[in-house]
Design a protein around this ligand. Structure first.
Ligand code: PMV
Length: 332
């Protein structure tokens, strides 16, 4: 039996994956670009017992160290992914796994990217298989969470890379640019419509085709602003892109409203702060919380101001990170 523990970070997309050509295989309509985080992480331990019979064991580790049964939806998704990984490796045997998030699970932050990236890396290593970062990215994507394909790499990541369907590629390592993400938690309940359903409905928006038409220019804009470390150019496009994702969601049939009134309060405050010289730009995933992207020099001001807003329940101070790591200490 071998046991492996991996800590894998979440990521925040500057250009979003929204709409799939093949939803089950997570083949996106357009490429996305993200920053891998460092504070919001999933830590996952996987033990592999070769040739052992029986069902895979899936558990969640609570903050007090106790292991508990997950809900059926989570358990089934994890088991399906373990099945895929076992098939890929051509092995027989039983997995036992436990996982824990560093961020409050009630924070309404997506954990599928960090969770499936950690599970993939840990299970592949537990089966003593070798895989390149590109192969690991494709394997993580097969979980059905496209954003997991990006979380296997650190720094700034594009997925899928140019010309290739499946894998992510690193555009620049974390030390290229010390960007921060101060996450304003405005809603603590889980999101109402899962991103999978959002991807499915995206093409029903009358504006989806328009989005596809200008996507190449937007990708090019974000990629070159990242390479040149141009904060205001990057920030403007990142904010535009986030608003567009939500416009697509709101105009899908039936519509999806992820924003809460507090989301708009934060967006409005950020616009005012910018007029006062603070470099802060907003992006939102499929939820109401606002990720405020800023350079390291502006982070203290941004965090302090967000903390003071009555719309904000709590903040998480995060920033660009170097990607998953293997850990010596196990969860069970
Ligand atoms: O990875 P999924 O299928 O949960 O989709 C991610 C959707 C967004 O978080 C809204 C955008 C993104 O690219 O991360």
């Amino acid at each position: 039996m071998s046991k492996v523990t991996v800590t894998a970070p979440a990521n925040i997309a500057f250009i979003k994956y929204w709409g799939a050509r093949d939803l089950d295989r997570a083949i996106p309509c357009t490429p996305s670009i993200s920053m891998t985080l460092r504070a919001c992480c999933s830590r996952t331990t996987v033990a592999f017992e070769p040739n052992a019979p029986g069902e895979d064991e899936v558990r969640i580790r609570k903050s007090n160290g106790e292991l508990k049964e997950p809900d059926a939806g989570f358990r089934d998704r994890a088991r399906q992914h373990l099945d895929r990984l076992r098939d890929w490796a051509g092995r027989t045997g039983r997995f036992r796994m436990a996982t824990q998030n560093s961020f409050p699970s009630a924070a309404g932050l997506a954990s599928s990217a960090s969770g499936f990236s950690a599970l993939t890396l840990a299970a592949v290593r537990a089966m003593e298989q070798d895989a390149s970062p590109a192969q690991l990215s494709v394997l993580a994507r097969r979980s059905g969470s496209g954003s997991a394909a990006r979380s296997v790499m650190g720094g700034y990541v594009r997925w899928p890379s140019n010309g290739e369907e499946g894998a992510a590629e690193q555009l620049a390592p974390a030390d290229h640019w010390d960007l921060r993400d101060v996450i304003a938690i405005v809603e603590t309940s889980p999101k109402k419509v899962p991103s999978r359903e959002g991807h499915r409905r995206a093409p029903t928006s009358p504006f989806f085709e328009t989005r596809l038409d200008h996507m190449d220019d937007r990708l090019e804009g974000v990629q070159s602003a990242l390479m040149e470390r141009e904060m205001s150019t990057l920030g403007r496009v990142v904010e535009e892109e986030a608003i567009e994702l939500h416009l697509i969601a709101m105009s899908s049939r039936p519509p999806i409203f992820y924003w809460a009134p507090e989301t708009l309060a934060v967006l409005s405050a950020i616009r005012t702060w910018r007029e006062e010289g603070v470099a802060a730009y907003a992006t939102m995933d499929a939820g109401a919380n606002v990720h405020v992207i800023c350079p390291a020099s502006d982070e203290p001001r941004v965090a302090e101001r967000l903390d003071r807003l009555s719309a904000v329940h709590e903040i998480i101070r995060d920033g660009v990170g170097t990607g998953p790591t293997f850990e010596p200490d196990h969860l069970f």
